[in-house]
Design a protein around this ligand. Structure first.
Ligand SMILES: CC(C)(COP(=O)(O)OP(=O)(O)OC[C@H]1O[C@@H](n2cnc3c(N)ncnc32)[C@H](O)[C@@H]1OP(=O)(O)O)[C@@H](O)C(=O)NCCC(=O)NCCS
Length: 154
């Protein structure tokens, strides 16, 4: 079951986001920066995204929250795809991305150049590199690349 995130399930979404974000950023951010992204920080972050118009969805498997994904309707950026570390490799990422793609016409995503697993994942789904951009992670310069959706080739 994939449903839209609202006030009722915001804490589930923030929990999934926190666990998966921390695990995926551990090697590129300092311990202090990781520590700062606690459940309150993630709750406020997601809540502000929703207030700004983002649609955020959460996947439940057997009543357990396992993954989230977001769409910015204003430019069709697909973002915030995070699956709980212990639930990865079970097809939830594929399901969430297909769900979001079905709601978009010309979506794009941005992903860190260092995130090889996610790049492979998005490439399999038909995303191709668009342009290189530089982003300040808050403490060091890290490269993030934009990918546009070309075709579904799963
Ligand atoms: C990227 C991510 C969303 C994928 O979610 P997932 O639920 O693990 O993905 P799925 O189980 O649907 O598998 C998707 C593909 O990745 C492959 N895959 C999954 N886990 C893998 C692993 N540990 N190592 C290598 N490949 C893996 C699967 O084989 C599958 O390929 P297939 O469709 O050809 O069979 C998940 O790894 C994640 O949350 N990562 C941390 C956050 C992140 O990096 N998000 C992207 C930010 S831009």
């Amino acid at each position: 079951m994939i449903i839209e995130v609202s006030k009722q399930n915001l804490s589930d979404a923030a929990f999934v986001y926190m666990c998966s974000w921390k695990e995926s950023h551990m090697e590129i951010c300092s311990a202090d920066f990781i520590e700062k992204h606690d459940i309150d920080y993630m709750t406020v972050f997601l809540s502000e995204k929703i207030e700004r118009g983002y649609k955020i969805y959460i996947k439940y498997s057997e009543d357990v929250p396992v993954g989230i994904i977001g769409i910015n309707p204003s430019d069709e950026e697909i973002c915030l795809l995070y699956v709980l570390p212990e639930k990865q490799g079970n097809g939830f990422g594929n399901e969430l991305l297909r769900f979001a793609l079905a709601k978009c016409e010309n979506p794009y995503i941005t992903v860190l150049d260092s995130n090889k697993k996610a790049i492979d994942f998005y490439t399999k789904h038909g995303f191709v590199p668009a342009e290189k951009q530089q982003e300040n992670s808050g403490e060091k310069k890290i490269f993030e690349r934009k990918y546009v959706y070309q075709k579904q080739n799963l």
